[in-house]
Design a binder for this molecule. Sequence first.
Ligand SMILES: NC(=O)c1ccc[n+]([C@@H]2O[C@H](COP(=O)([O-])OP(=O)(O)OC[C@H]3O[C@@H](n4cnc5c(N)ncnc54)[C@H](OP(=O)(O)O)[C@@H]3O)[C@@H](O)[C@H]2O)c1
Length: 257
Amino acid sequence: MGEQYTHTPVTVDGKSAVVIGGTSGIGRAIALGFATEGADVIATSRDKSKVDAVTAELEEIGATTAAVTADVQDAESLRNLHEVATETFGHVDILVNSAGTVARDALTELSEDDWARDIDVLLTGIYRASKIFARDMESGSIINISSMSADQARAKRTPYCSGKAGVNGFTRAAAADLAPEIRVNAIAPGFVKTPITQGAYDEGTEKREIINQRSPMPRVATPDEIVGTAVYLASDASSFTTGEVITVDGGYSPASI
Ligand SMILES: NC(=O)c1ccc[n+]([C@@H]2O[C@H](COP(=O)([O-])OP(=O)(O)OC[C@H]3O[C@@H](n4cnc5c(N)ncnc54)[C@H](OP(=O)(O)O)[C@@H]3O)[C@@H](O)[C@H]2O)c1
């Protein structure tokens, strides 16, 4: 007879999570998904009304939560977030970094301010938050929302592509630093219909037509299609996965046409 078989289930039940950029789009879907799966969750961003709205949704699901704003460009606000989360949960198991901005100018038109803001929000913000939360995470999972754009040429997106390439590098290096207690992984979504895309992915737009033609799955994703990967990376089922970037793009990146 062989050894008795066991495996760790994919669940975040009983865990505590903080989702930065958790008030909209992908981050909000992950926050609500975690809560639905039994986690306690704080979802935060800069805008108090958005924070209050998602906190009410989390309460409705039954999660222990707290309403607190945070700006990844402001380390003091992240320290306050960490303090509130620790008071609320006792300790934090999962940190999701999903804050995002995107400048849309060609390189010759791009202002230094816009360049600096995108790099600061997309990359340095992840460093700030991870550093603060990792200090007292005992057995944690940090999940960075990267993008397939980290590895692609996209016109009028130099800070975005640079920032996301940085996120992938940060993810691998931080995973080496924080092992074995804390795992650090990234999810690289493809095209997901959220407010950041400003309607560009709506059916009937020129961009959407091109996406539909080029993608093996001729559509864009909904935010909830990113949630399962986040639950997996947050759960103990991914206990040997760290420093990894998982692309969730409907096959767009590897497509040969
Ligand atoms: N949608 C896509 O197609 C796609 C594809 C690949 C990757 N991504 C990435 O996924 C992440 C989430 O984007 P999304 O599509 O879900 O966009 P979204 O709906 O616009 O959400 C962005 C979130 O980031 C927050 N945020 C912005 N600046 C912040 C700051 N300085 N500090 C804290 N929070 C901040 C926003 O809230 P406040 O304005 O209230 O701060 C909001 O909650 C981003 O990193 C984005 O680059 C998106």
